[in-house]
Design a protein around this ligand. Structure first.
Ligand code: SAH
Length: 388
C-alpha cells in the first residue's frame, strides 16, 4: 500500500459493498484536496483496506475504484486491462470494423472510452485521474493495435464536473477528415475529430441492423444524424425520410447514401417535434418510424421535462404509423430506467388512442457491456412496437 490513503464513512462503506464503483464526496470521512488527480488507497471507517481508486476532490464523484486488491497500478497494469478489453472484443465483434473497445468501468478502465473506427481510434478520458494518464493509455493503444491515428475527444461537457477543460486533441498520427468503415451491409463515413461524440453513435449498431428487418414501404428516421438507421432501412423500403436539426450531419448522410449507391433517402432539416406535427396535418403515413433522440434527461432535475418530451415524440409518431407499421423507439438517458421508459411509451399509446403490441426489447450491444451493480453503465433502451 504505497499510495496515500483516503478514508470513507460508514455510509460510503455500505454503498461500496453494493458493488458500485464510485464513492461520492459526501461519503468521505475527510477531503484531501492535495491528492486530487492521484491514485489513492481507500480505507473504510474502521481503517480496513477496500481497494485503489482515482481521487478527485473537485468532483462529486470523488473516488472511482480501479482495483479491490492491493496491486501496483502502473503501465503494465493498464496494459493488462486494455488487452483484456481487446481480447473480449475479438471474441464478440462481427460484421463491423467500428466498435467500442473500452466501455469505461464495465471494462475495469474507469471513465475511459475507447472507440475504434477501422484503423483509427477515438478516446475520451472523463475523469481527472484517467486524464492524467492519457499519454500512457495512448502508448498502450499504439503498442497493442498499431493504429494510424488516435484522437482524444474530450469536448464532452461532463469533463467540467471534474474541473477539466473541454478540448479536442490529436494524440498520435494524422486522422483523415473522413474514415470509411462498415456496419453489416452498410458502409459509412466517420470524422473522428469533428463528428458528434467520438465520431459516431456505435451503441446503436445492432439496433440499426435489426431495423432493416422491419423496414418496408415508407420509413421515417427521426434524429437521423448521419443516417445510419436510414441506410439500413433503405434497402427494404420504397422511400426513407431522414430528419435531423443539423445540416452538417445531413450533408454527410447524403455522402453516405452515395457511398452505398442508395437513392431513396430524402433529407429534412428541422425539429422533429414540429415536423411530426406537420406530417400529421398533412395526413402522411409511415410503415416504420425510428425515434433515436439525444438524451433528454441529462440529469435527474431534467427528468420531468424529459418525460413529457419522450411522451410527445412517441405519441406523435404513433399517430403517423400505418396499421401493422413498426415503431423503433429509443432512449439513451441513463437517468431514465427501462421501467420508466416503458411507462412513457404506454402513456403515449394511451394518449394517441392507438393500440400496439411490444415485439422486441433491445439494449446496447455487447461491446458496451454493463456492470449489474453500476446502473450508470446501462443506458440504452430500444423498444419495437407493432401498431394494431
Ligand atoms: N440515430 C443516429 C444518432 C442520433 S444522435 C445514429 O444511429 O447514428 C441524435 C441526433 O439528433 C443528433 O444528430 C442531433 O443533431 C439531432 N437532434 C437533436 N435534437 C433534435 C431535434 N429537436 N430535432 C431534430 N434533430 C435533433
Amino acid at each position: 500500500m504505497n499510495e496515500p490513503a483516503v478514508k470513507i464513512n460508514k455510509k460510503g462503506a455500505a454503498w461500496h459493498r453494493t458493488g458500485h464503483p464510485w464513492i461520492y464526496r459526501d461519503d468521505l470521512e475527510k477531503a484531501e484536496p492535495a491528492l486530487s488527480g492521484n491514485i489513492v488507497s481507500v480505507l473504510d471507517n474502521k481503517g480496513a483496506f477496500l481497494g485503489k481508486a482515482f481521487y478527485n476532490d473537485r468532483s462529486k464523484i470523488s473516488l472511482r475504484f480501479i482495483a479491490k486488491e492491493d496491486v501496483r497500478i502502473d503501465k503494465a497494469f493498464w496494459k493488462k486491462r486494455i488487452s483484456a478489453a481487446i481480447e473480449y472484443r475479438n471474441r464478440i465483434i462481427k460484421d463491423t470494423d467500428a466498435y467500442r473497445l473500452s466501455h469505461a468501468e464495465a471494462d475495469g478502465l474507469p471513465s475511459l472510452i475507447v472507440d475504434r473506427y477501422g484503423e483509427h481510434i477515438s478516446i475520451q478520458t472523463l475523469s481527472l485521474g484517467m486524464d492524467n494518464i492519457k499519454d500512457t493509455i495512448a502508448e498502450i493503444l499504439i503498442e497493442s493495435l498499431s493504429p494510424k491515428s488516435i484522437v482524444a475527444r474530450n469536448d464532452s461537457a461532463t469533463r467540467r464536473l471534474e474541473g477539466l477543460p473541454e478540448e479536442k486533441e490529436i494524440l498520435y498520427g494524422e486522422p483523415p477528415e473522413k474514415i470509411t468503415v462498415f456496419e453489416g451491409a452498410v458502409r459509412y463515413l466517420v470524422d473522428i475529430l469533428n463528428g458528434q461524440k467520438t465520431g459516431g453513435y456505435l451503441d446503436q449498431r445492432e439496433n440499426r441492423i435489426a431495423a432493416e428487418g422491419y423496414a418496408r414501404g415508407k420509413a421515417l428516421d427521426c434524429f437521423a444524424y448521419q443516417g445510419l438507421f436510414s441506410l439500413h432501412a433503405a434497402k427494404s423500403s420504397d422511400e426513407v425520410t431522414a430528419i435531423d436539426s443539423s445540416a452538417q450531419a445531413l450533408a454527410v448522410l447524403l455522402e453516405n447514401a452515395g457511398l452505398n449507391s442508395i437513392k431513396n433517402i430524402k433529407i429534412q432539416e428541422g425539429n422533429v417535434f414540429d415536423l411530426l406535427k406537420s406530417y400529421q396535418k398533412e395526413a402522411r403515413q409511415f410503415d416504420l418510424i425510428v425515434l433515436d433522440p439525444p438524451a433528454f434527461a441529462k440529469s435527474k432535475k431534467d427528468l420531468q421535462n424529459a418525460i413529457r418530451g419522450y411522451i410527445d415524440i412517441n405519441l406523435r409518431a404513433m399517430k403517423l404509423l400505418s396499421k401493422g407499421g413498426h415503431l423503433f423507439t429509443c432512449s439513451c438517458s441513463y437517468n431514465l430506467s427501462e421501467g420508466q421508459f416503458l411507462e412513457i411509451v404506454k402513456e403515449a399509446l394511451k394518449e394517441s388512442g392507438r393500440s400496439a403490441r411490444l415485439v422486441e426489447k433491445r439494449i446496447q450491444p455487447a461491446d458496451h457491456p454493463f456492470l449489474l451493480n453500476f446502473p450508470e453503465s446501462n443506458y440504452l433502451k430500444c423498444l419495437v412496437l407493432e401498431m394494431l
